[in-house]
Design a protein around this ligand. Structure first.
Ligand SMILES: Nc1ncnc2c1ncn2[C@@H]1O[C@H](COP(=O)(O)OP(=O)(O)OP(=O)(O)O)[C@@H](O)[C@H]1O
Length: 623
């Protein structure tokens, strides 16, 4: 009687068969069960010798031995095949690895560094477009620039593109973008009203500077633009004139009444810069209204630290132009003190600084108050490639107008770099002040040091005022006013006063402590040598100045054809030893380092981390 199946299974469990192994894990259909040779031989021998006479058994024995030899050979072959397979995989892996190593070894250190730089740049380039949240959410994008009624004079429009290009080359203007408007060499041909041309002449502004010559026609034509030109080259007029002309056109067509406007807004990263731009706009609009031929335009200064009640007389009329810092502007828009329902023009001065200072979201917020397409203009003396690329994506058919390398120093400034020991700085400062007559600006990176320098100078009988971020709005205004009017000879300032401020005929800029970021240095020395005049900048460096900064400085001096002192000459660029070209940093424009060593990037990341932790680390006094 056959045993029940469950019992047989139990028996098998008690005397288990020898273990079997799969040879080929990848293919279950062809599984070949492997029984070790010794076991196979023993089983076979027992089977063959268990029957027949002795000669038959001997013959079977020999046959068995023969089979065993064949088995062994097969076994050897199987082992060799297995080893071959394993070796091939290993070798393949090794080959791939050594090929990559060979390719890597062919790359210069410079190429490897460039690859790393490109990776870092790609990682930080993931910004959102500079557009309003509504536009972003709805995917609204405009295909065409804003239409304006301005046309260049016929004789200029009739010129060929080659002729335009020759003119640009004459003034070292580089333009980029589709179908750029023509450069125009005088204000009258730009169709600027005679009264304003006369007024500008009275201020010794007779011929447009290169950025004006290409930038004003570009803005008049309604094109979005990025304008880059060195410090003191007249960017303010280039972006104020178009807004004034658009406002005039609107007001002439149908006068603005209370609650209407503005036509356009100019955004600045600091209160001081906004105040200065506002004063320029007031001067130019007043000059036009003076002879009664043109209507009076109303301009509002919208910055933190001043009571808006003071300006209620402007808000009680139709409003044409607003000059603002981001924080106060948002506040006013949210309170609906005015709206951007008919606003068509947005200009950001020192646009890169605005983004650097963390105003990117504020700018986007401001954009969301626009109800229709706007013309957007971004201006700066230093606009590194990273911000240019990012900004270009946010504009409509933009024209890039570039006069000189973004971040290059103004060639009208004689740059002198001196090695001065920390403890000798104060005394040497007095000696340095003798180089030129006043007015002189002294820059320091540190607020306490600004105060110390002012105190020291006052003790020595020098009429000095001081300005930095911890001063009250009144103190800041007093310092600027008394220095501008000539009542004070020396202004001691921290970085806040450096960018964009236009003081009359500064003879000498002394940089008491060299800023870490070379862009700041470019802006600081740029307070002299403005509107075609020459000036001197003396910079103190010593062993406290980071080598990286000194290297940036060395290259900047070389680029500007300035004297490089021996202690700077002796600093070697570690990148030079690695071969290849020494490109400027795309984040800050510094020529002495790549992106991986960028102090500005480090600083931005530090600030971002601080703001993630909840701190508001924004500087610049933009509110
Ligand atoms: N076409 C011109 N001819 C002569 N002087 C001019 C001209 N345009 C502007 N200026 C004068 O040049 C000075 C510097 O101009 P502005 O402040 O606009 O420079 P900027 O390019 O904005 O400099 P920054 O980058 O430092 O802000 C001003 O005093 C201005 O009146």
């Amino acid at each position: 009687m056959a045993e029940p199946a469950y019992k047989r299974r139990r028996t098998n469990q008690r005397s288990p068969s020898p273990p079997t192994y799969k040879l080929d894990d990848d293919n279950d259909d062809n599984v070949e069960l492997y029984v070790p040779v010794a076991q196979r031989r023993q089983a076979k021998l027992a089977k063959l010798t268990s029957w027949g006479n002795s000669s038959e058994q001997t013959a079977r024995q020999q046959q068995l031995e023969q089979e065993e030899r064949e088995d062994e050979e097969r076994e050897e072959e199987r082992k060799r095949e297995k080893a071959r397979k394993e070796r091939t995989l290993l070798m393949e892996a090794q080959e791939v690895h050594s090929k990559k190593a060979e390719e890597d070894s062919k790359k210069t250190e410079q190429e490897k560094a460039e690859e790393v730089d490109a990776e870092i740049l790609a990682a930080i380039a993931s910004r959102r477009k500079l557009a309003s949240d509504l536009e972003l959410a709805k995917g609204v994008s405009y295909a065409d620039s804003l239409k304006t009624s301005w046309r260049p004079p016929r004789f200029i429009a009739a010129r060929s593109e080659e002729q335009h290009q020759r003119l640009r080359e004459k003034y070292h203007i580089i333009v980029d973008g589709e179908d750029p408007p023509p450069p125009i060499e005088n204000f009258t041909d730009m169709k600027v009203p005679d009264v304003l041309v006369k007024f500008l002449k009275s201020k010794r502004i007779t011929k447009p500077t290169p950025i004006q010559l290409q930038g004003i026609p570009t803005a008049f034509a309604g094109r979005d633009m990025i304008g880059i030109a060195f410090t003191g080259s007249g960017k303010t007029l280039a972006f104020c004139l178009p807004i004034i002309m658009f406002a005039l056109e609107e007001e002439t067509r149908l006068p603005y009444v209370r609650g209407e406007g503005p036509v356009g807004v100019i955004l600045c990263p600091s209160r001081e810069l906004a105040t200065q731009t506002y004063e320029n706009v007031l001067t130019w609009t007043a000059a036009m209204a003076k002879d009664g031929k043109y209507p009076q335009l109303n301009t509002l200064l919208c910055i933190g630290g001043i009571a808006m009640g003071e300006q209620s007389h402007v808000l009680n009329k139709g409003l044409h132009i607003v000059v603002a810092t981001p924080g106060r502007l948002i506040d006013m828009l949210e309170k609906r003190r005015f709206t951007f329902d008919n606003c068509k023009y947005l200009c950001m001065d020192e646009a890169d600084r605005m983004i650097d200072l963390g105003f990117e979201d504020d700018v986007r917020n401001i954009m969301s108050f626009f109800k229709r397409q706007r013309q957007t203009l971004l201006f700066s003396a230093t606009m590194p490639r990273k911000i240019q690329d990012f900004a270009q994506q946010s504009l409509v058919k933009p024209v890039l107008v570039n006069v000189g390398r973004a971040g290059a120093a103004n060639l009208d400034v004689l740059q002198v770099v001196e090695y001065v020991k920390q403890e000798a700085k104060m005394v040497y400062l007095l000696e340095c002040l003798q180089k030129t007559p006043p007015p002189v600006i002294i820059f320091s990176e540190n607020k306490n040091e600004v105060d110390d320098i002012q105190e020291y100078l006052l003790l020595k009988g020098v009429e000095a005022v001081a300005i930095h971020g911890s001063k009250t709005q009144e103190e800041r205004q007093y310092a600027i006013k008394s220095f501008k009017s000539g009542a004070k000879d020396v202004m001691v300032a921290s970085g806040v006063a450096s960018k964009g401020l236009d003081f009359n005929d500064i003879q000498h800029v002394i940089i008491f402590s060299m800023p870490k970021e070379i862009e700041d240095y470019v802006h600081q020395i740029g307070r002299t040598g403005r509107s075609g005049k020459t000036g001197i900048a003396t910079t103190f460096v010593n062993m406290n100045t980071p080598e990286q900064t000194l290297l940036d400085l060395k290259y900047l001096l070389m680029e500007a054809g300035q004297k490089v002192p021996p202690f700077l000459q002796s600093i070697d660029d570690p990148r030079a030893a690695q071969g290849g070209s020494l490109k400027g940093c795309p984040v800050c424009g510094g020529l002495g380092h790549g992106i991986s060593n960028c102090p500005k990037l480090e600083d931005t990341q530090r600030r971002q981390m601080a703001s993630h932790r909840g701190g508001d680390d924004r500087g610049g006094g933009g509110y």
